[in-house]
Design a binder for this molecule. Structure first.
Ligand SMILES: *[C@@H]1O[C@H](CO)[C@@H](O)[C@H](O)[C@H]1NC(C)=O
Ligand SMILES: *[C@@H]1O[C@H](CO)[C@@H](O)[C@H](O)[C@H]1NC(C)=O
Length: 277
């Protein structure tokens, strides 16, 4: 496994010169698209979406939630990614726009994003959100931004259905920065007997061979072209871990995608070129 991950990292670091970094470069670019209002995308359990954040979605980003279209899904990697977007009607739209987190996906070709109530209202200038909601699909520009969970460390939710001791399914919460988790290992605290976990979907990872706790974790995290290990070398899960509980890893991820070698294409501006604060 170790060898495999080293290769993976080498591959990631070299992908720029190989010209395979289009998606990462795209993350620095402002894109044009459509967004529509989705009343059902509420921060409630029934609106929790395919990423499976459940009732926690409400907490994740102050309830500023979005469902991404096919382009954002990326095999579930898109779960938990953060975007800033603004609409373009100078009469109705605020220039700052809104910051949303993806908690769900949709299949419609007509919009890139469906926005829940708070997020959609956040696009509007004060007092005109109701006018905006009447429009069918808004033209928006958007860019991926680092997620910023001010007072939260990366945390692990032990999923219902996990069976102590060996059957462990975890979901990562509060993954900050502009990063994707590409691999996860688990080991007993104080040991180096790492066992890999397998992605179930999006932020959810599982193993049927979990060692007895207490348990530590490590993950390969990428931001743009770079990959690196993130270690939580301390007790994350206690020996008596329980389904439904959230455990703090003590680690904060704040990496931002590095500048790549590819330019923004199709008339898209570099995110850095836009003053969007
Ligand atoms: C979306 O577009 C794809 C490819 O262009 C097409 O195959 C699919 O049927 C479209 N889906 C809908 C819901 O229109
Ligand atoms: C985050 O982890 C650090 C240890 O790395 C800890 O001191 C801090 O209290 C944690 N923060 C929260 C909000 O739990």
């Amino acid at each position: 496994m170790g060898v495999f991950l080293c290769c993976l990292l080498a591959l990631l670091v070299s992908s720029c010169s190989a010209g395979a970094g289009a998606s990462a470069a795209g993350e620095r670019c402002v894109r044009q698209g459509k967004a529509a209002y989705a009343p059902s995308l509420s921060p409630l359990p029934q609106g929790s979406g395919v990423c499976g954040y459940g009732a926690m979605a409400a907490e994740i980003n102050g309830g500023f939630l979005a469902a991404g279209g096919p382009r954002q899904h990326r095999g579930g990697l898109g779960c938990g990614r953060c975007f800033q977007m603004r609409c373009r009607d100078a009469r109705l739209c605020s220039s700052r726009g809104v910051r949303v987190v993806l908690t769900d996906f949709h299949r419609s070709n007509r919009t890139d994003f469906l926005l829940g109530g708070p997020a959609f209202a956040g696009l509007a200038k004060p007092g005109v959100a109701h006018e905006l909601k009447r429009l069918d699909a808004l033209s928006v520009e958007y860019k991926r931004i680092p997620c910023d969970y001010k007072d939260k460390n990366l945390s692990v939710l032990v999923e219902e259905g996990s069976k102590s001791p060996s059957n462990l399914v975890v979901k990562f919460l509060y993954q900050g920065g502009q990063t994707d988790i590409l691999a996860v290992d688990v080991a007993p605290v104080g040991s180096s007997e790492w066992r890999f976990m397998t992605r179930v979907h999006g932020p959810v990872w599982r193993t049927d061979r979990a060692p007895a706790g207490p348990l530590q974790f490590r993950a390969v995290v990428t931001g743009g072209y770079d990959g690196k290990w993130v270690w939580a070398e301390r007790e994350v899960l206690p020996a008596g871990w329980r389904p439904g509980q959230v455990y703090d890893t003590g680690v904060r991820i704040a990496d931002v995608a590095r500048d790549g070698c590819q330019r923004c294409v199709g008339g898209a501006a570099s995110a850095a070129a836009l003053d969007w604060k």
